[in-house]
Design a protein around this ligand. Structure first.
Ligand code: XUL
Ligand code: CO
Length: 435
């Protein structure tokens, strides 16, 4: 029986680019084949439970704006109602995946034991709902940043009891993710960082974080979880400085603790912007190391300087992001999670649907543009031409040589490099043909 929350809204269908229906897909056509693969299988969309169903509209200056039938979110009856509504939305949208934190799906009861019990109960309930739906779990994760116990970090907390609590929490969340056949398990370290170096032993905290992540990997193998372990870079907010600052920092961290073959990255647009990078920069860095796992699709406001988690609406930006995803071979266990929330004035059930419909259409347009660029090959040809000099035997031999021999060759051959145009505007014009 329907909850009635989305009454009056019909399942969203693909109607093509000329449709004026505000609640139809104009570009997202799940069965359309792009570069030999169905669009749905390329994009692997997921709804983020926290933004759509757990967040109540608060911002740093004001409280709740949304009034939902599952509020207050403090008992199991309303947690079940929230799950019912969530699956109604997944079905309306036809999304293949969703994602959760433990704290999004179960009420906060206080003790560890009680929270574990309700997590097991609600994930059993969700498991039954999944059997009657096409929507699977892209990833689960633990919220180790909202409750006051996490204020000084989870695995990086100076208090070993908090480390223990974090280990127990992640074990419970990995078990639940495994039970629901999750494709990945994510760790985002919101409080894994510091407020001030005056009270922080940075070296010890990083060692604890490295050991903690190794335990996660060990446990994954122990229970036979076939999904991917992902870490999610972000430079700050809520901590002043987060250890998983950006993709390059995470890669160095994973190498230091010997986890580079076991853990990949979940890259988020808004986090890239906060780190002073572009989304495609972060994706390219991860892909270059073979560590591009999944993406959190959203859009940050370029003026506000904080994590606004808006739905994407910029096709050229999204096209360049998917260009790097496709170039890296596309998603395997990963996907496109809308780590995006409504603006707090968007009160209606329909706003939730419209936001996802728009975001999915933008991504579909971006994917199609990215695929067209790759198939045309213009950017790859330009790259090959720019680096062609390195194909010569002399250039390759130089990499095996040494400074003195290279100096002798420069003198003997009278090498004086001739600068060549980088052709940036021409390449930007090229991209604009596709977006
Ligand atoms: C916070 C953020 C998280 C992670 C999961 O900025 O992106 O929602 O994606 O904990
Ligand atoms: Co995220």
């Amino acid at each position: 029986m329907s909850t009635g929350f989305f009454d009056g809204i019909a399942p969203i269908r693909y109607e093509g680019p000329d449709s004026a229906n505000p609640l139809a897909y104009r570009h997202y056509n799940p069965d359309e084949v792009v570069m030999g693969k169905r669009m749905e299988d390329h994009l692997r969309f997921a709804v983020a439970y926290w933004h759509s169903f757990a967040w109540e509209g608060q911002d740093p200056f004001g409280g709740q704006t949304f009034v939902r039938p599952w509020h207050p979110q403090d008992d199991m009856g309303r947690a079940r109602l929230k799950a019912d509504v969530a699956f109604e939305m997944f079905d309306l949208l036809g999304v293949p995946f969703f994602c959760w934190h433990d704290a999004d799906i179960r009420p906060e009861q206080g003790s560890y034991a009680e929270n574990l019990r309700t997590l097991e109960e609600i994930t059993d309930y969700i498991g039954v709902k999944m059997e009657g739906s096409k929507t699977g779990l892209l990833w689960g994760t633990a919220n180790m940043f909202s409750h006051r116990r996490w204020m000084a970090g989870a695995s990086t907390n100076p208090d070993p009891d908090v480390f223990a609590y974090a280990a127990a929490t992640v074990k419970g969340c990995m078990d639940a993710t495994h039970k629901l056949d999750g494709q990945n398990y994510v760790l985002w370290g919101g409080r894994e960082g510091y407020e001030t170096l005056l009270n922080t032993d940075l070296r010890q905290e990083l060692d604890h974080m490295g050991r903690f992540l190794a335990m996660v990997v060990e446990y994954k193998h122990k229970i036979g979880f076939a999904g991917t372990i992902l870490v999610e870079p972000k430079p700050q907010e809520p901590s002043k400085h987060q250890y998983d600052f950006d993709a390059a920092t995470c890669i160095g961290f994973l190498r230091k603790y010997g986890l580079e073959g076991e853990v990949k990255l979940n890259i988020e647009q808004g986090h890239a912007i906060l780190a002073g990078h572009s989304f495609e920069h972060e994706l390219a860095v991860a892909a270059a190391e073979g560590m591009l796992g999944s993406i959190d699709m959203n859009r940050n406001d370029y003026q506000s300087g904080w994590d606004t988690d808006q739905f994407p609406n910029n096709v050229p930006e999204v096209a360049l992001a998917y260009y790097h995803v496709l170039k890296a071979g596309g998603f395997t266990t990963g996907g496109t999670n809308f780590d995006a929330k409504l603006r707090r004035q968007s009160l209606d059930a329909e706003d939730l649907i419209a936001a996802h419909v728009g975001g999915m259409d933008i991504c579909a347009r971006g994917l199609k543009a990215a695929a067209a660029m790759l198939e045309d090959g213009g950017l790859e040809d330009a790259l090959a031409e720019r680096y062609a000099g390195w194909e010569s035997p002399a250039a390759q031999a130089m990499l095996e040589s040494d400074l003195a021999s290279i100096q002798a060759r420069v003198l003997a051959e009278g090498i004086e490099p001739e600068p060549r145009s980088g052709r940036q505007e021409r390449l930007e014009n090229y991209v604009n043909r596709f977006v």
